[in-house]
Ligand binder design. Structure first.
Ligand code: SAH
Length: 213
């Protein structure tokens, strides 16, 4: 498949939806999303839709991935520093993050997906991506403090460990449950004066679960 042209069309659509960060648009244009999904789904890889990746989980929509990473970068001109991603899934978002951040720590609680992400990322040889198997509810203290934390699964509240592991001046972007079965994007800034939060648009993510499996 001539994926370059298809990807450029996707990037134009993302820009049309309001994504302006050139590093984010560049990364979305560079990472081949079709390599992260089952061969039966390759034709849908550049549509703005989430797709199954096995074990009941999904790869997020390109529109949501780019929106969240743009929020995470908070207008930075160069790369942001160290980033923690909760929910590696198939590894797609970790690959995108690797092009806009200095270091990416990505944690997954399902062994099968952790292994799949490792396999998917192998050909890209991204030395700044660190895949971790474990419960992301407790974050990953060894990599802290983080300039950014991004979650791909939604819980009732943001675990305190994430806030603790965020650098002062850092930003967290995560889906949180806001009511009966509804989720919204939460943006949390850790400032010298304390934590500042805002709730943005509705989103649909798989649930954040504790423990490993
Ligand atoms: N960023 C991923 C999206 C995967 S979906 C991608 O690009 O494909 C969200 C993932 O979060 C699922 O794989 C799910 O298993 C994982 N997850 C849920 N709760 C978790 C937790 N406590 N720690 C780590 N991963 C978690």
């Amino acid at each position: 498949m001539d994926s370059q042209a298809v990807r450029q069309r996707m990037v134009q659509k993302l820009a049309g939806q309001g994504v302006t960060d050139p590093l984010v648009l560049g990364a979305m244009g560079a990472i081949e999303r079709h390599r992260f999904v089952d061969s039966a789904l390759v034709n849908q890889a550049y549509e703005d839709t989430s797709l199954p990746i096995g074990l009941g989980q999904t790869i997020s929509k390109p529109g949501v991935v780019s929106r969240m990473i743009e929020l995470l970068r908070n207008g930075a001109t160069g790369r942001v520093g160290r980033v923690l991603e909760i929910g590696t899934g198939c590894g797609y978002q970790a690959a995108v993050l690797s092009l806009v951040a200095d270091e990416v720590y990505s944690i997954e609680r399902l062994r099968g997906l952790h292994d799949k992400a490792r396999e998917n990322l192998r050909h890209l040889r991204l030395p700044n991506v660190h895949l971790l198997f474990g419960d992301g509810m407790v974050g990953y203290a060894k990599g802290a403090p983080y300039a950014g934390i991004i979650a791909a699964a939604g819980g009732e509240a943001v675990p305190q460990a994430w806030v603790d592991q965020l650098a002062v001046g850092g930003r967290l972007v995560a889906p949180v449950v806001t009511g009966a079965g509804t989720q919204a994007l939460l943006v949390l800034d850790k400032t010298p004066q304390g934590v500042r939060q805002s709730l943005l648009e509705a989103v649909h993510f798989v649930p954040l679960k504790s423990g490993i499996a």
